[in-house]
Design a protein around this ligand. Structure first.
Ligand code: ADP
Ligand code: MG
Ligand code: MG
Length: 199
């Protein structure tokens, strides 16, 4: 079973990965965006880390809804509301239980990803975070490491795609040949989940 501390570790690991990869995320957002994705997420996860220390939410669902709320209020851009929705929806789906199973987390995350798709209107293949999140959720039944690998593959597979959503879509065919920054950060979020599962 996955307890509240597992979810705190997930968010803390996500904050650490975003810190480590912020420059790369911003560099990816430079040719097909406005070069702010790394700094946007760094601001958001820094706020999440601080709030988790201060507020000490006491259920898995409360950790994720708190994180989602903070991402919405601090990240800005397209990705703030989308990541905020992902975590809030996932947290809400986990309910108020003190511990949840991997199966419950997989189902809740699926609900969260559905929330992202509804809010942003993107489907797989549109060159967005959805291209990493959907394969990750599909692979989660095979374990956290499988989900991590699927998300990384999904992010890499955005390179040859033409963007159909978000800022990158304004570039039309010129968006081809660049890895999507949001798919890349989604792969980091799933890598952080695998990290939390590893201890
Ligand atoms: P902004 O483009 O507003 O500067 P960010 O740079 O923080 O926001 O985030 C950009 C990322 O957000 C993109 O790489 C993409 O993955 C994701 N994104 C943008 N629009 C959408 C959408 N409609 N649906 C899903 N993801 C989206
Ligand atoms: Mg941007
Ligand atoms: Mg921006």
């Amino acid at each position: 079973m996955l307890d509240t501390d597992f979810f705190r570790r997930w968010m803390t690991a996500a904050a650490a990965f975003v810190d480590r990869e912020a420059d790369r995320l911003t560099a990816l957002d430079s040719p097909i965006g406005d070069a702010d994705h790394g700094s946007n997420l760094q601001r958001g996860f820094t706020a999440v880390r601080a709030a988790l220390e201060k507020e000490a939410p006491d259920t898995p669902g409360a950790v994720l809804t708190l994180a989602g709320r903070l991402l919405i209020s601090t990240v800005g851009g397209a990705s703030g509301p989308l990541y905020g929705t992902l975590l809030r929806r996932t947290g809400k789906a986990l309910g108020e239980e003190a511990e949840v199973s991997e199966e419950q987390l997989a189902q809740a995350l699926r609900a969260g990803v559905e929330g992202v798709k509804t809010l942003g209107g993107a489907v797989p293949g549109d060159k967005t975070m959805v291209d990493a999140l959907v394969p990750a959720v599909d692979a989660l039944g095979d374990g956290f490491a499988a989900a991590r690998a699927a998300a990384e593959q999904g992010a890499e597979a955005t390179t040859p795609l033409q963007a159909r959503k978000g800022r990158a879509s304004y570039l039309g065919e010129r968006s081809i040949g660049h890895q999507d920054p949001g798919a890349t950060s989604s792969a980091l979020l799933i890598a952080a989940l695998a990290e939390a599962a590893a201890g």
